[in-house]
Design a protein around this ligand. Structure first.
Ligand code: GLU
Length: 463
């Protein structure tokens, strides 16, 4: 029988979900979905000093916002200490791991010697086959019996053949601290094996952990999964992405009015491509994404591209989806009459959801004040007069086309130009001169509301 493909995302909750983390999670998600496998979420929260419940909640919230659904329950490492202890015991019983009683003084001395000889700091295996008297008053750590020479090699789905010389990278590393708690590499391996994870896509900052993890897989008799180590995201200056380059917290993008569809499309392309295509629906990605085609080299963050994708998704997603995201920002467009019409009016030019919100508010709410600069620039006696007559002659126009025809006739009769009237009208109707197509604004508001707003504006001018 074909073995089920299982991927996972295993964040350590130390703050918020980083966009690099979201990219990793999304790659794992897509690959699982493509193969009708499972995508699991494991929270690596064993470091009680650095991990917090809030940070875990932040990750889950970011997942929800993006619509990334994981399968089954979330696994919390902090609830699995008994399991880890069991496997530590198993390795000790089988003679594959051992207690190390090295004191702090011994350790310092060993380090100093290695430093003097310009050697790599490493544990020298002094308790590996210890037969002497067990030192008292020392709470031992547990170390794995790692290979002492040769190579650890594996085929990475992104990087190809990867080889580490044992002498360069390994020693009998600690798998349980003196208080009995397991170390990072140990918990990752036990969990990935018990969760039956078959494919691990993660950042290449973990590449140097992989030989240690392979040692543990072998010692525990577990099957080694397929690894894919993905190069980091860099800023436009070629340095690793940080706050300096822009937002790194996924939820900041929500606040900026970026759609999750745009963010995910943006992230998937940072490191993976399919021909020259830029825009991918989720359904397409679930079919096309291929981790074996992830780029070897680092990718470059480019905010303009994200904005471009965002504008695309704002233009094309259905009303319900856009409104769901607007609601998440505290603005429900659906409560207004002709909401769909209003969205279509605004989305042509919007780069973020805030452009929609601001634009909608400007049109829905009659202006309380008027942009002074715009007034100075566009309002004079002549076009105030024009506006006044225009409002008085409006009758029962309904569609933007009706308004356009009426306006053209009106202007022809008076030998006036659209630009003189249009800017004055924008200011009178919305308070500023940047509203979208004026005829559509007129249609949205209807004759009576247009008359009222123009009259209010003229009254203000007359005061
Ligand atoms: N918990 C690790 C991290 O947040 C990831 C472990 C892994 O993917 O193997 O960086």
């Amino acid at each position: 029988m074909h073995e089920k493909l299982i991927t996972r995302f295993a964040p350590s909750p130390t703050g918020y979900l980083h966009i690099g983390g979201l990219r990793t999670a999304f790659y794992n998600y897509l690959y699982a979905r493509k193969n009708r496998g499972d995508f699991l979420l494991r929270i690596e929260d064993t470091d009680l000093q650095r991990n917090s419940k809030e940070a875990t909640e932040a990750i889950i919230e970011a997942f929800k916002w993006c619509g990334l659904e994981y399968d089954g329950e979330v696994t919390y490492q902090s609830e699995r200490f008994d399991i880890y202890r069991q496997y530590i015991k198993k390795l000790l019983d089988e003679g594959k791991a051992y207690y190390c009683y090295m004191s702090k003084e011994e350790l310092d001395q060993m380090r100093a010697q290695q430093e003097a000889l310009k050697q790599r700091p490493r544990y020298d295996g002094r308790y590996r086959d210890f037969k002497g008297v067990i030192p008292q008053n020392i709470k031992p750590v547990v170390r794995i019996k790692a290979p002492q020479k040769g190579e650890i090699a594996f085929t990475d789905g992104v990087k190809g053949e990867v080889k580490f010389k044992v002498e360069d990278i390994l020693d009998d590393f600690i798998i349980a601290r003196s208080d009995g708690t397991p170390t990072y590499n140990f918990t990752v391996v036990v969990d990935d094996a018990l969760m039956q994870v078959s494919h691990i896509i993660r950042g290449d900052d973990h590449l140097s952990n992989t030989p240690k993890q392979i040692v543990l897989y072998e010692a525990l008799g577990f099957k080694i999964p397929h690894f894919f180590h993905v190069a980091m995201i860099h800023g436009e200056d070629g340095k690793k992405l940080s706050k300096r380059h822009g937002a790194t917290d996924v939820m900041e993008y929500k606040q900026m009015g970026i759609l999750p569809q745009a963010l995910l499309n943006f992230l998937v392309r940072l490191g993976w491509s399919h021909g020259d295509d830029e825009i991918f629906s989720l359904e397409e990605l679930k079919r096309l994404f291929e981790p074996y085609h992830i780029n070897k080299s680092a990718s470059c963050y480019n905010f303009k591209k994200l904005q471009w994708l965002n504008a695309h998704y704002i233009k094309t997603l259905p009303f319900e989806e856009i409104n769901r995201q607007l609601k998440a920002l505290g603005f429900d467009l659906s409560v207004y009459e002709k909401a769909g019409f209003l969205l279509d009016l605004l989305r042509e030019r919007a780069k973020t959801l805030h452009d929609i919100i601001e634009g909608a508010k400007n049109i829905i709410n009659a202006p309380k004040n008027y942009d002074e600069n715009a007034v100075k620039k566009f309002i004079n006696e002549d076009n105030l007069e024009l506006l006044c007559v225009f409002a008085n002659t409006l009758e029962n126009q309904k569609t933007s086309k009706d308004f356009e025809e009426f306006t053209n006739e009106f202007l022809d009769k008076r030998q006036a130009k659209l630009k003189d009237l249009a800017q004055a009208m924008r200011i009178a109707l919305t308070g500023n001169s940047v509203s979208p197509s004026i005829f559509e604004v007129l249609e949205f508001l209807g004759v009576q509301e247009c008359k009222n707003r123009i009259e209010n504006f003229l009254n203000c001018r007359r005061k």
